[in-house]
Design a protein around this ligand. Structure first.
Ligand SMILES: [Zn+2]
Length: 476
């Protein structure tokens, strides 16, 4: 699907001395925390990178993905202190102080190392000043020793006997990274609270990303007269309970036809629309998101039931099965029925299906949100810079990859799609949102969009979906 990434390619090289100095720094850090929190358990988290490259943008992605998941798992206890040092040349590290029993916390850490897809790349130490054990090992708790990344034998023995050369071990790390992030991204099975927050975060992240051509952001209301960024904040917060309902519907679904799962969340979707209108004073901020994100969350819920961590392609196949009847039955019937009712009986999407055979958002669902992985998550992963920059690049990449029924409706013709492709190509030529020129171009585009009353609402919806999965996988 995608070309493979070399985790070590763009990293900084460190000397052995730096690694040794860093070990002292870590021990001092732990001692400090133990002295400050004598009754708690101190947890030190780092990733194990073979060779002289210990940190890079991709190594930080690995760390962030696992760190967030592990923090969420520790939240069963009171968390008293969190410190993160993501960009240390010797590798990202984090410290957590939890009010939990040493052995219980250590068991959590071992479970994380075993169950998280990239857990084998992590090294988690737990210490408690008060405990007679002070520091427990896996063996103390009756667990098997850690296995080698390359051959699955005892890792310590492999290291001692120098059984594998550096290239071999780095290749094993690369394999894990590519399997998790690149080839077919793997999405951990998160708890309901985290999923709800990730969905709300995704809506808020889309709203605050600036400057978005024609769309509402904190600086401009784009080509919209009846709303501003606060409408989106109100609306996003009002939708949080709905996201939880969609997840539950998926996790508890026991039917055999996934089209029934779509039917099952539709009443909640209608109530979510009412909540949105109530929160915004009657303005449509998130109708598309309610439909698409609701389906994605339910599909993810279904795919992650029984605590499995599904691949993106599995979630997408669930989306597609849920939406199977949208194109074959619902859209033709609606268009037929709407046409019978005369003018005004059809939505923009239905009108465009009748006029141009464009299938719009229903087509995207039936296709399993095809561009989500190969365009959305890929661009988010490959873009460097601030989250704003990465989300802008992702928005523009999505814009050229989908058929945006909001944009076509406002432009009055599908020919706008070709025009948009040219704008995005120019944006890419300028170096994207990382460059001053790219950012300036987005501001110019915003003016053009406002003048022509254009808005790429479909791409914005897709950005929300991407941000949601980016959050769950640890990319955002
Ligand atoms: Zn080995």
């Amino acid at each position: 699907m995608s070309e493979q990434v070399d985790v070590f390619e763009k990293g900084q090289v460190v000397a052995l001395e730096q690694v040794l100095d860093n070990r002292e720094w870590r021990v001092a850090k732990q001692a400090q925390l133990e002295a400050r929190f004598p009754k708690a358990t101190v947890v030190a988290v780092k990733v194990n990178m073979p060779g002289a490259v210990k940190n890079s943008a991709t190594i930080q992605q690995i760390f962030q993905a696992g760190w967030q998941l592990f923090l969420a798992e520790l939240a069963t206890w009171e968390i008293q202190q969190v410190q993160v040092f993501a960009s240390r040349p010797t590798g990202p590290e984090g410290f957590v102080v939890v009010a939990g029993d040493l052995a219980d916390v250590k068991k959590k850490a071992i479970a994380f190392e075993e169950h998280f897809y990239m857990g084998r790349l992590f090294d988690i130490d737990t210490m408690a000043a008060q405990s007679p054990d002070y520091q427990l090992s896996r063996q103390d708790l009756g667990f098997d020793p850690r296995t080698c990344l390359v051959c699955e034998e005892n890792a310590k023995e492999c290291a001692k006997a120098k059984r594998h050369d550096l290239a071999e071990i780095q290749a094993a790390v690369n394999k894990i990274y590519n399997e998790y992030f690149v080839i077919d991204p793997i999405i951990p099975a998160w708890d309901q609270e985290t999923v709800k927050k990730a969905a709300t975060f995704a809506c808020l992240a889309e709203a605050v990303t600036t400057p978005k051509p024609g769309l509402v952001d904190p600086v401009s209301t784009g080509a919209h007269q009846d709303m501003d960024v606060y409408s989106f904040l109100d609306s996003a917060l009002a939708l949080e309970p709905y996201f939880g309902l969609c997840l539950d519907a998926g996790r508890h679904f026991r039917g055999s036809q996934l089209t029934s799962l779509l039917m099952a969340i539709r009443p909640s979707g209608r109530r979510a629309e009412e909540a949105m209108f109530l929160a915004t004073g009657g303005v449509n901020t998130h109708k598309g998101t309610i439909f698409t994100l609701g389906i994605l969350i339910a599909a993810y819920g279904y795919a992650s039931r029984n605590q499995q961590s599904p691949s993106l392609s599995f979630v997408q196949s669930v989306v597609s099965q849920m939406g199977k009847d949208l194109l074959s039955k619902e859209l033709p019937e609606k268009v037929q029925g709407g046409a019978d009712r005369g003018q005004g009986g059809l939505t923009a999407g239905e009108e465009q299906y009748r006029e141009y055979q464009l299938t719009g958002v229903r087509g995207e669902v039936a296709g399993g949100f095809a561009v989500l992985g190969r365009v959305g998550l890929k661009t988010l992963r490959e873009s460097t810079g601030s989250r704003n920059v990465r989300l802008l690049n992702t928005l523009m990449a999505l814009a050229k990859s989908i058929t945006d029924s909001t944009l076509i409706k406002r432009a009055g013709s599908p020919e706008i799609t070709a025009e948009l492709a040219n704008w995005v190509a120019h944006f890419d030529d300028l170096g994207g949102a990382e460059t001053e020129a790219g950012l300036a171009y987005l501001k110019d585009l915003d003016k053009d969009f406002i003048e022509r009353n254009l808005s790429m609402g479909g791409a914005a919806d897709y950005l929300v979906l991407t941000a949601f999965l980016g959050r769950l996988t640890g990319l955002l």
